[in-house]
Design a protein around this ligand. Structure first.
Ligand code: CMP
Length: 131
């Protein structure tokens, strides 16, 4: 058993599909053990995505992440980090596999409905950042 961190992003909260995403999470054997709906401010979004600060998409990403509320979550399960990354699919929805959350719901590479931690170490850091 381990834990991972998830964000249901503004494009998804705006379209009222957090329940549909949570159903996929639960149907895939992950347990939502904590979640809260928050509205990020610029400083918090910038800090969370600090690793991307020199990337060309950074400012658009920050503006998008503060545009609507998000739902931050802690998910638990066997191999939770890899299992959830597999479930969400590739960053670019055109490359995401059939049945994945991003294939089903993402609008484009920035507005891609969900975030998942990419390692156990980052999961721990990201959970502590929000909970
Ligand atoms: P996420 O998994 O939250 O991590 C970084 C985010 O930056 C990513 O999802 C997307 O929302 C956004 N993003 C926008 N463009 C790109 C890109 N070209 N490559 C990676 N991430 C991008």
């Amino acid at each position: 058993m381990n834990k991972t961190f998830s964000i249901i992003k503004p494009d998804a909260t705006k379209r009222n599909i957090t329940g549909s995403i949570n159903k996929l999470i639960e149907d895939n054997g992950l347990r939502i053990i904590a979640q809260k709906r928050i509205h990020l401010d610029t400083a918090k979004a910038e800090k969370f995505y600090e690793v991307h600060k020199d990337r060309p998409f950074y400012r658009d990403l920050i503006n998008y992440m503060i545009s609507e509320p998000v739902v931050v979550q802690v998910l638990e399960g066997d191999n939770a980090v890899n299992k959830y990354r597999d479930l969400i699919g590739s960053t670019d929805p055109n490359k995401a596999k059939e049945g994945s959350i991003r294939k089903l719901y993402a609008l484009n590479t920035t507005q891609n409905s969900v975030h998942a931690s990419d390692s156990l170490e980052n999961a721990k850091r990201e959970i502590e950042f929000f909970f």
